[in-house]
Write a protein that binds this ligand. Structure first.
Ligand SMILES: Cc1cc2nc3c(=O)[nH]c(=O)nc-3n(C[C@H](O)[C@H](O)[C@H](O)COP(=O)(O)OP(=O)(O)OC[C@H]3O[C@@H](n4cnc5c(N)ncnc54)[C@H](O)[C@@H]3O)c2cc1C
Length: 337
């Protein structure tokens, strides 16, 4: 690990000015970084994937570790809330069940006790080429995505190119499905970013980054609005191993039902298959006004994966994700599967 300066601010303002005032590095991955639970940042630093000259510890900032609100008012989740707090919170479990399920699905109890909501959303990709120090891929300033023609079993089938990473966060698809926004604070002020616009495709944003944050910006809070569908939400994740693992594919689903199980509105966001949480608007609009049935679920699942372009070794993700969408819709809609 490269040596670094450790800074411990006690306010958000101090934290962002410490990020802003750090020496401008030659490479973006040498820039100063905020640290929360350290469950991802320290790993990337040990492998020289990130090499910040200054690390700004957010844990000393008071007031960012609270969950406030309820199903009627919506939730305000501080960026330093841990995944364990989120999965155990009674109001989250009752009114935003998909969020509790997604938090519970992450890693191990030890990691969930330390990992935070802000850190989970801003964690770096898990592509093994990206994580291998010697492989200088597109994401690390190189000229090639080695997964495109290499070992791409775990990579993107939607929205890929020129890099084929998948976004690793389990919270992200759920928060996008629930219409959540992030409060982002930088040295120049505060802004609110809908999470649907927070994550960036490699073909659109800065290929060295996965979101819209500037180097001196941090997330301070996530707001989840009250909605008619949050209480009927669920998160299904398929892992290669039963123990800790990232999603090969996942589906975050929320539905509002009317009489006779007619869908008033649906939200479907896929995880593990694209460089960003992948919303499926064609499947959502197809379901509106339909009565939930096995056929409707199958058609919605088919539409959710429309446009998928698998690489040589990951076509299996299409039927896998379709099955997750069907099952998640059935579970959220109270159908037996
Ligand atoms: C073995 C293992 C298994 C895992 N399995 C899963 C899994 O199944 N699903 C899943 O979703 N995740 C998984 N993770 C990732 C883990 O959930 C995240 O690493 C963790 O949540 C990150 O939170 P943290 O607070 O420790 O972040 P840190 O490591 O402190 O930071 C991570 C990144 O976010 C940035 N950051 C942190 N806080 C903020 C903020 N408030 N604003 C802006 N930037 C910020 C940091 O600069 C850094 O780039 C796994 C990790 C490990 C080690």
């Amino acid at each position: 690990m490269k040596s670094f300066e450790w800074a411990s601010p006690s306010s958000v303002g101090e934290a962002v000015s410490l990020l802003k005032s750090a020496p401008v590095p030659k490479d973006v991955d040498d820039s100063a970084r905020p640290i929360a639970g350290g469950q991802d940042l320290l790993t990337t630093m040990k492998d020289y994937i990130t090499r910040p000259a200054r690390v700004v510890n957010l844990k000393g900032i008071r007031g960012l570790d609270r969950i406030e609100g309820d199903g009627k008012k919506g939730l305000r989740i501080g960026a330093l809330v841990t995944l364990a707090q989120l999965e155990e919170n009674a109001e989250v479990r009752r009114s935003f069940p998909a969020l509790a399920e997604a938090a519970h699905s992450v890693a191990t109890p030890q990691i969930r006790n330390l990992g935070t909501v802000g850190g989970n959303l801003c964690q770096r990709p898990r592509c093994w080429y990206y994580r291998l120090e010697e492989a200088v891929c597109l994401k690390k300033g190189g000229s090639e995505c080695f997964a495109a023609k290499g070992e791409n079993k775990y990579n993107a089938i939607l929205g890929g190119g020129p890099s084929y990473i998948v976004h690793p966060s389990d919270l992200a698809p759920v928060l996008v499905a629930l219409g959540a926004s992030a409060t982002v604070v930088g040295a120049d002020g505060k802004r609110t970013v809908p999470l649907e616009k927070f994550f960036t495709l490699p073909s659109v944003g800065n290929i060295r980054r996965e979101n819209v944050l500037a180097n001196d910006e941090i997330i301070t809070e996530i707001q989840v609005p009250p909605s008619a569908f949050a209480a009927r939400s669920t998160y299904l994740k398929f892992k290669e191993r039963d123990s800790l693992d990232f999603a090969l594919a996942s589906a975050a689903v929320a539905v509002e039902l009317g009489a006779n199980k007619t869908v008033r509105q649906a939200r479907i966001v896929l995880g593990g298959v694209a460089p960003i949480p992948w919303r499926a608007p064609k499947a959502e609009s197809y379901l509106a006004g339909k009565t939930l049935s096995a056929d409707a679920l199958a058609e919605a699942a088919r539409r959710a994966l429309e446009g998928a372009e698998p690489l040589a070794k990951n076509a299996y993700k299409i039927p896998l994700t379709q099955a997750l969408v069907r099952r998640a819709l059935a579970k959220a809609g109270g159908m037996s599967v």
